[in-house]
Design a protein around this ligand. Structure first.
Ligand code: C5P
Length: 238
């Protein structure tokens, strides 16, 4: 496991294996193999086949399926995902500490190894207003995020997905070693798309992000390889 190994993760939000592989072909010959995120759209469209093909090409994979079910079901599902040999998987922290512990048990292989396991606190699309009026959670969104992150740590997981603007709050609540994986990244001069709570790669690092997840600023760029290199340079200061 690479706890606290800082890196840029490209969100491969494509609808098919063909589109994904055509995108990855552009990175042939790059000395740094991008770490990739496969989310629900691509996984439900192309399944384990695309996961294996991307692994075969030598990329690390964050399989972003956000599991949330009864502990027994999550334990068994994680056992299946563990056999896929991905590098990072996740659950919803709102599934409770018991569910997160079960996820870790299921993920841990007989030899004691396992992919990194992280939890989603509150989705960045959930506003404080919606959380309070629809979910009847009376606390503030920041207190909720800090508490869910502490629950995640107590369950023995490695970190959380959060907005880069929340990374410092999470580190304060859970310590510097606890990982933050942050989407919502935009270059200072690029479109924000539908993201609201955003920051630049450079600022994300300064606030405390360990991994940044970047989709459209790279996938929709005229030159995705150049955009990826820029992101790495800004985030890792290389
Ligand atoms: O294209 P963009 O850079 O906005 O992509 C961000 C990626 O991170 C998408 O795959 C999105 O689903 C994911 N994500 C997010 N906010 C969260 C959790 C995941 O943007 N809270």
């Amino acid at each position: 496991m690479n706890v606290n190994a800082k890196d840029v993760i490209i969100a491969c939000d494509f609808a098919s294996a063909e589109q994904t592989l055509a995108f990855l072909d552009k990175f042939e010959g790059e000395s740094r193999k991008p770490f990739l995120k496969i989310g629900m759209e691509l996984y439900y469209a192309a399944g384990n086949e695309i996961v294996r093909e991307i692994k075969r090409r030598g990329h690390k994979i964050f399989l972003d399926l956000k599991l949330h079910d009864i502990p027994n079901t999550v334990r068994k599902a994680m056992k299946v995902l563990s056999a896929l040999d991905v590098d990072m998987v996740n659950v919803h922290a709102s599934g409770t500490i018991e569910m997160m512990k079960a996820a870790k048990e299921g993920l841990t292989r007989e030899d004691g190894t396992r992919p990194l396991l992280i939890a989603v606190t509150q989705l960045t699309s959930t506003s404080q207003e919606a959380m309070q009026s629809q979910l009847l959670i009376g606390a503030t969104i920041n207190d909720t995020i800090a508490k869910y992150a502490q629950n995640t740590k107590e369950a023995g997981l490695d970190g959380v997905v959060c907005s880069p603007l929340e990374a410092a709050l999470v580190k304060e609540a859970c310590g510097q070693e606890f990982m933050t994986i942050t989407p919502g990244i935009r270059f200072a001069d690029s479109s924000t798309d539908d993201q609201v709570r955003i920051t630049t790669p450079e600022k994300a690092r300064a606030i405390g992000s360990d991994y940044i997840v970047v989709g459209r600023p790279i996938t929709a760029a005229d030159d995705p390889v150049a955009a990826y290199r820029r992101c790495v340079a800004e985030f890792l200061n290389e």
